[in-house]
Ligand binder design. Structure first.
Ligand code: ADP
Ligand code: MG
Length: 472
């Protein structure tokens, strides 16, 4: 949607008629240009300021400095706090974050950073086995705003927790309903581990347009956005590799999730219209162009196996045991020939887990080759083969995910489909041509609802840039 259309919709929600709303939107855009010119602030800051004045004006307060726009005439309705909240939610992410920061702490942020979520394209459970993986950073993510405090207090807010969490002293993980703060606190812990300075006290707000637990790695996004904000707040620079390792260290050692490098690596090294290729052993990171005219669709089932953490850990253990039985350090060092030769010595389960990982690493290589040739059919076939391997060999799929993959691969314009992320519930990704439509996605979602009682969320995702500082 264009800026004018977004602003028009916003003004209509504030009570202006369609005609008034459009005039008001144009005035706002003109005024933002003028303000940015005359006050030496960015245009985004000017617009954020104006939008705040608009909402204040609606509440009956004097919209000082808002001479160019007749706020009252355009928006006669009083606004209650919940409407104010909705107005804020309708803003573009950076303005929304600034408004939340101001509302929460009564001051302006000094730095703003953002980091994207990611799609696991192919390379399932290969990362901790020393293998390779391809992922894509998406155009949604987590934004963090921060400003230093001089009283050594850490004050953190996210709408996920709903209230300010105040923390000081030793960095120890928090339990209970505010445990989301373990992500930013874990980043502080990791910064110290990597020999970097940490801000002693700060105000912090996180805001997201990424669903959590949908296999899109909101956890890596909040880690990287927090790390960038803290690093910039203390006037430091770090290489991207270090940033990625800081995120992973926080998740492994403070939050307590034994994830590999995939999530943080893709969030850190993502690029629009590219996939990120990671050789997890180094680790080393590079990008591969996405063939033009291809799209990602995510079907989030909101299902989660009750024992998901235990199952993830069990797969980790089974892989390490299989590697040991093959006489290699990690499964990425094993070959299919070695595996066949050791078949008698391995349990059926260990054999199937190892076969999944070794063949999956082969599929990642085959996918890279196919991408180079722009052979979309071969890419799609590798994705679906990856899912079948999860279904039958690694056993980290579920009936819900299998159902979605089955319906998707029989739908025209779908190149391939697979579970994305750790599995045991979560989401399925479809890789499609541009002919695949929302109507087709709705048909698949409808069939799923008929079978399982509730429809999955459907998200049409674009690739997007990797984590970065936005302001500061
Ligand atoms: P995923 O990474 O697949 O989205 P995880 O369980 O690994 O799922 O991470 C989700 C957790 O990350 C949430 O439970 C919460 O603690 C934290 N998180 C995600 N988004 C936000 C947010 N906007 N604000 C605060 N914490 C968040
Ligand atoms: Mg996660």
């Amino acid at each position: 949607m264009s800026e004018e259309a977004q602003l028009t919709a916003l003004c209509e929600r504030l009570g202006a008629s369609a005609g008034q709303a459009q005039t008001m939107a144009r005035q706002l855009m003109k005024r933002a240009d003028q303000l940015a010119d005359t006050r030496g602030i960015t245009r985004v800051e000017a617009m954020a300021h104006l939008l705040e004045l608009v909402t204040k004006g609606v509440r009956g307060e004097t919209p000082a400095g808002f001479e160019g726009v007749d706020v009252r005439a355009a928006a006669p309705k009083p606004v209650d706090p919940s409407e104010r909240e909705q107005t804020v939610l309708a803003l573009p992410m950076q303005e929304k974050l600034r408004a939340l920061f101001r509302d929460t702490f009564g001051r302006e942020p000094e730095v703003i950073a953002r980091a994207p979520g990611r799609i696991e394209f192919i390379g399932n459970h290969t990362d901790y086995n020393g293998g390779t993986v391809l992922g894509a950073a998406v155009d949604r993510g987590i934004w963090v705003a921060a400003a230093a405090r001089t009283d050594n207090q850490r004050r953190l807010f996210s709408r996920i927790g709903g209230e300010i969490v105040t923390h000081s002293g030793e960095l120890v993980p928090v339990t209970g309903s505010h445990n989301w703060v373990n992500y930013p606190l874990g980043v502080l812990h990791a910064l110290t581990h990597f020999g970097l300075r940490v801000p002693e006290g700060f105000d912090y707000v996180a805001e997201s347009d990424l669903p959590t637990g949908a296999g899109l790695s909101s956890s890596a996004a909040i880690e990287l956005a927090s790390a960038l904000a803290f690093i910039r707040l203390t006037g430091q620079e770090v290489p991207r590799e270090t940033l990625v390792k800081i995120g992973r260290y926080a998740e492994n050692h403070f939050v307590g999730v034994p994830c590999g490098i995939l999530d943080q690596g893709v969030s850190g090294f993502g690029q629009k219209d590219h996939l990120v290729f990671i050789d997890c052993r180094g680790p080393s990171f590079s990008t591969v162009p996405m063939p033009s005219g291809t799209h990602f669709w995510i079907f989030n089932t909101h299902t989660k196996h009750a024992l998901v953490d235990g199952l993830y850990a069990a797969r980790h253990r089974e892989c390490m045991e299989a590697a040991k039985a093959l006489g290699v350090e990690l499964l990425a060092d094993g070959t299919l020939a070695q595996l066949e030769a050791a078949k008698e010595a391995l349990s059926d389960v260990a054999f199937r887990r190892a076969r999944h990982v070794i063949e999956e690493i082969g599929r990642v290589d085959a996918t890279r080759e196919a991408l180079r040739r722009s052979d979309l059919q071969a890419v799609g076939a590798a994705l679906t083969a990856s899912h079948r391997s999860s279904q039958h060999l690694f056993e980290n799929s579920t009936p819900e995910l299998d159902f979605l993959v089955d319906r998707l691969v029989e739908t025209p314009d779908v190149l391939g489909a697979r579970l994305t992320g750790g599995g045991f519930g979560g989401a399925v990704m479809a890789f499609t041509t541009e002919q695949f439509s929302s109507a087709a996605a709705d048909t698949v979602a409808g069939k799923y609802r008929d079978a399982f009682g509730s429809a999955p969320d459907v998200l049409h995702m674009q690739t997007g840039p990797g984590a970065d500082v936005v302001v500061g």
